[in-house]
Ligand binder design. Structure first.
Ligand SMILES: NC(=O)c1ccc[n+]([C@@H]2O[C@H](COP(=O)([O-])OP(=O)(O)OC[C@H]3O[C@@H](n4cnc5c(N)ncnc54)[C@H](OP(=O)(O)O)[C@@H]3O)[C@@H](O)[C@H]2O)c1
Length: 287
């Protein structure tokens, strides 16, 4: 167990009922943090919250329900959080999804782009004031090494003309990295840091979906790949380690630590363009 103490810290972890998110919540709760788990399903969320309280002996594990594919629910989540809490020390944008067939959210947006990129974009922006007021504070974005295979298709961001589920996933993960870099640039001097990471290839439901295997059969993955506890280590490190104090705008890998991301991810014009289109698609800026 870590010797880092997070007793006065309040942390949000999205997608915390299973996989890497649940293990991230466990790691932070073990350090004594108040952990706010964001989950879309109350039953799964309550069951995971009970597990985490029991495993960590930390009663300060809270559950907030939000389906991040709905921008109305993201806005409600940010508002409800700020009614309950006056500070936020760590925001871990972890929730992610892979949809082999093209799906549309209630807002009419392609689901992977909406959940993997637009939801963290909107949630983070809605929580920026409380993060700044709580500085030093940290934003952690769970991206993926597949960002290197991604291309931001500005002319067809939502796969309306052509949908390839893997291209859509890789695009959303490259968007995570570019969003982090542009966010870090904008937050320079505020005491709020933003970093992103590749957690490893980890046996979770998402990996089964990635491989187009039924999740039950995908349990076989557990024999071949590390489990979620290992997958959570980089998120926990970025969220809590004193060595990360003041470090911002970087990409970390589970195996090599701080590492350059793909060449494409350093295109600053693309960061700004993606930020503007994301503002439009989330209603943060009128078209
Ligand atoms: N596993 C890997 O090999 C790997 C590699 C690189 C990056 N990643 C990244 O790691 C992160 C965590 O993934 P994981 O592997 O731990 O997958 P996972 O076990 O499938 O967990 C994903 C989490 O996101 C939640 N989620 C999905 N859609 C949501 C929505 N609309 N609203 C709210 N929550 C939603 C899921 O909730 P439900 O349980 O209700 O579905 C679940 O809690 C993702 O960002 C993923 O891209 C994973």
């Amino acid at each position: 167990m870590s010797s880092i103490i997070m007793r006065d810290k309040i942390c949000i972890v999205t997608g915390a009922n299973t996989g890497i998110g649940k293990e991230t919540a466990i790691g932070l709760a073990e350090m004594g943090a108040t952990v706010v788990m964001v989950c879309r399903n109350r039953r799964r969320g309550e069951s995971a919250a009970a597990d985490i309280r029991r495993l960590t002996d930390n009663p300060a594990v809270e559950l907030m329900i939000a389906d991040l594919s709905s921008q109305r629910q993201v806005r409600q989540l940010a508002a409800d959080f700020q009614i309950k809490h006056s500070r936020l020390d760590v925001l871990v944008n972890n929730a992610g999804v892979i949809t082999p067939r093209r799906q549309r959210t209630v807002d009419g947006l392609e689901t992977q782009f909406a959940v993997n990129h637009l939801a963290p974009f909107l949630l983070t922006n809605l929580l920026l004031d409380v993060l700044k007021a709580s500085a030093p504070s940290r934003i952690v974005v769970v991206a993926s090494q597949v960002e290197s295979r991604g291309k931001i298709e500005f002319d067809d961001l939502q796969g309306e003309r052509r949908y390839d589920y893997m291209a859509a996933y890789c695009q959303s993960k490259l968007a995570n990295v570019m969003f982090t870099y542009e966010l870090a640039r904008r937050l320079d001097g505020t005491g709020v840091t933003a970093n992103c990471l590749h957690p490893g290839v980890i046996a979770t439901n998402l990996l089964s979906d990635y491989m187009k295997r039924p999740r039950a059969i995908g349990m076989v993955n557990r024999l071949r790949y590390p489990g979620p506890s290992e997958g959570a280590q980089t998120s926990i490190y970025l969220a809590s380690d004193p060595a990360m104090e003041g470090v911002s705008g970087r990409y970390f890998r589970c195996d090599t630590g701080e590492t350059p991301s793909s060449k494409a991810s350093y295109d600053e014009d693309a960061w700004r363009r993606l930020w503007e289109v994301s503002e439009q698609l989330t209603g943060m800026r009128q078209q």
